[in-house]
Write a protein that binds this ligand. Structure first.
Ligand code: ZN
Length: 259
C-alpha cells in the first residue's frame, strides 16, 4: 500500500489520475486521530491513500500520521511539499526533491522511543532510495536539494533565510521533518517532491505567472508512474532498518498491542 501526503493544495478532482475514489477513513492512534485518508484505486499498481497535510501550529502530532500509515498497511510514503526557495538559483515553480535535511524543528517529543531510548537510527540515506529513484526517473526536471525542516506559523526572517543558506540548505519547508525520521522508526519508506511556491525573505520577490500551477500539473502527471513503478518488494532496505543485532526489536514496544 502507498500513501501520498499532500502538503501542496490541489483540488481533489486533480487527483483522479491516481485512480477511482474508493473510501475515506479516519484512524485513531495513541497520538490522536488522523484523517480523513482517501483511498484511490489506480489503473495499475497498488492502491494509494491520500492525506491532505499542512504545517500548522495545531496540526496533528506527526507521530500520529506515521502510526496511522503503518496501521493502514502502508509501506511507501511520498510527500508532496510546498517549499521556500533559499538558493538564489531556485525560482517559483521549480520542482525539487530533498536528498538530505537539516532539522530546525522544536517538536517535543519527536520520536516513538521516548520511554526506552532505542532510537539512534542511521539517517543515511536520509530519504528512501527506491522512491527517490522513481522521482528522478519520472520527474527529470526535479532538482536535488538540501531541505531545512522548520515550523510555522510564520515565514522565516531575512536573517534566518541567509543563515539557513549558509548552513547549506537550499529550501525551507514545514512538512517533511520530523516525518521522514519518524517513518524510519516505523521502518517505512519516505521520500518527497516539492514545488518552490515562494522565495526566501532575503530575496527579491517575483510576480506570480502561473509557474506553480504548471509545476503542480507536471507532478500530477508523474505521480501515477512513480507509484506504479516502485519495486515490490522494496529493494531499499527501509523495511528492515532495525534488523541489525543492536536495533532488533526496537520498534515501539506497544506497536503490536495497538494493531
Ligand atoms: Zn524505502
Amino acid at each position: 500500500m502507498r500513501l501520498l501526503i499532500l502538503a501542496q493544495p490541489v483540488p481533489p478532482r486533480a487527483l483522479e489520475g491516481l485512480g477511482k475514489f474508493i473510501e475515506s477513513r479516519c484512524i485513531d492512534t495513541p497520538y490522536g486521530e488522523v484523517g480523513p485518508f482517501a483511498l484511490r484505486h489506480p489503473p495499475r499498481g497498488r492502491n494509494v491513500w491520500i492525506l491532505p497535510y499542512f504545517g500548522a501550529p495545531g496540526r496533528t502530532d506527526p507521530r500520529a500520521t506515521l502510526w496511522a500509515a503503518k496501521s493502514l498497511g502502508v509501506q511507501r510514503i511520498l510527500a508532496w511539499d510546498s517549499v521556500t526557495g533559499l538558493d538564489p538559483d531556485l525560482q517559483r515553480g521549480d520542482i525539487v526533491f530533498p536528498v538530505d535535511y537539516i532539522d530546525w524543528t522544536k517538536h517535543q517529543p519527536s520520536t516513538f522511543f521516548t520511554h526506552h531510548g532505542a532510537g539512534y537510527i542511521a539517517q543515511t540515506p536520509p530519504f528512501c532510495p527506491d522512491i527517490s529513484a522513481a522521482i528522478r526517473r519520472h520527474l527529470p526536471e526535479a532538482r536535488p536539494v538540501i531541505y531545512l525542516g522548520d515550523e510555522g506559523p510564520r515565514h522565516e526572517t531575512a536573517a534566518e533565510a541567509t543563515m539557513f543558506r549558509q548552513w547549506g540548505a537550499q529550501v525551507r519547508g514545514l512538512n517533511l521533518v520530523p516525518e521522514t525520521y519518524l517513518a524510519k522508526e516505523l521502518e517505512l519508506c519516505f521520500a518527497a517532491v516539492g514545488v518552490v511556491t515562494r522565495l526566501g525573505a532575503d530575496r527579491q520577490r517575483s510576480q506570480p505567472e502561473g509557474q506553480v500551477r504548471t509545476a503542480d500539473q507536471i507532478i500530477l502527471e508523474a505521480l501515477p508512474s512513480i507509484f506504479a513503478e516502485l519495486p515490490q518488494p522494496p529493494t531499499c532496505g527501509c523495511d528492515h532498518l532495525q534488523a541489525g543485532p543492536r536495533q532488533r526489536g526496537a520498534l515501539p514496544p506497544n506497536w503490536q498491542d495497538w494493531t
